[in-house]
Ligand binder design. Structure first.
Ligand SMILES: [Zn+2]
Length: 300
């Protein structure tokens, strides 16, 4: 019998980056530092272009949730990412946590960033991710505002450390949320069920904490269970030379942990898994963008 080569098709997962400056993270937020933003040295463009180069080396496209504040100051970066085939989505304008804003302030924030990004790339922006995944059961009203402001999917609900008891959504996942304002797709970062809890494995500090071999094992297990991974990182996580900020000890430990290892780990991740932008992977979302909305479950 003649042998034949079988090309293994890897499942496509979702890779995303929250594009913000290292000094804008919520863990170090103070009113005084907020007033200094325009005086601090920007590092976001170089770090994001480094990521774009890595993605290009692996022929991979991703979703970039860009802060409106950053887009105003680095318009060519946003245009270049879009031109390279990446999805541009919104990370809000001023990186304010959702529960620190009124409904009106939140609406202005997400409207402003959407407008800035759409003006730059000349096409609709459909995705949103809140700073620090700050849409929770206390701020569910934010989902209605996103629908009213024309967003088609949200990626702000991260059920980390929640009990898996009675939960219908494990391993992150994509599902529809229905509100009085209408329906929106939720694209939750991946978690792993263990010890009755949903443990975060999708990126950020957790990806920097675990050795790559452990992350790979967790993610391969999720893949075998049929989960589609939703991963996230920040440009500052690939920048070990960033200036150190003062803040609470725990914040410093979490923020500066293993920054020198992230780039290599991301390279391995891109080698070992197949990724694409959110609006390409989730067919119903893709349908919305193509003007052919599909109903029912997320078929990928
Ligand atoms: Zn952020």
């Amino acid at each position: 019998m003649r042998s034949r080569e079988i090309t293994q098709v890897k499942p496509r997962h979702m890779m995303s980056f929250d594009v913000e400056e290292h000094f804008q993270v919520a863990a170090f937020w103070t009113a005084a530092r907020r007033r200094e933003w325009d005086q601090l040295t920007s590092r976001v463009e170089n770090n994001t272009r480094k990521i774009a180069d890595l993605l290009s080396e692996h022929s991979t496209k991703a979703t970039f949730f860009v802060l409106g504040w950053v887009a105003e100051r680095h318009p060519d970066l946003v245009k270049d990412l879009a031109q390279q085939g990446h999805e541009i989505a919104s990370h809000g304008y001023g990186h304010e946590l959702v529960h620190t804003q009124t409904r009106t302030q939140f609406r202005e924030d997400v409207r402003r960033s959407k407008q800035i990004l759409e003006d730059l790339i000349g096409r609709p922006v459909g995705g949103y991710r809140a700073p620090s995944f700050s849409i929770t059961s206390q701020t569910e009203w934010a989902i209605s505002v996103l629908i009213e402001e024309g967003y088609r999917y949200d990626s702000s609900i991260y059920n980390r450390f929640r009990s898996t008891q009675g939960s219908t959504v494990t391993g992150g996942g994509t599902y529809q949320l229905k509100t009085e304002a209408g329906t929106i797709w939720e694209v939750s970062p991946s978690t792993m069920s263990a010890c009755g809890l949903q443990l975060p494995v999708a990126g950020g500090g957790y990806f920097r904490l675990f050795p790559y071999a452990a992350s790979k094992m967790f993610l391969k297990n999720l893949e075998k269970q049929g989960s589609q991974l939703v991963m996230y990182l920040h440009p500052w996580e690939l920048d070990p030379a960033q200036p150190r900020m003062d803040g609470p000890l725990l914040s410093k430990v979490r923020h500066y942990l293993n920054l020198g290892k992230t780039e290599q780990r991301l390279t391995w991740l891109l080698r070992d898994f197949s990724f694409a932008p959110i609006n390409e992977v989730i067919r119903p979302i893709r349908g919305i963008f193509e003007g052919q909305e599909e109903c029912g479950h997320a078929v990928v």
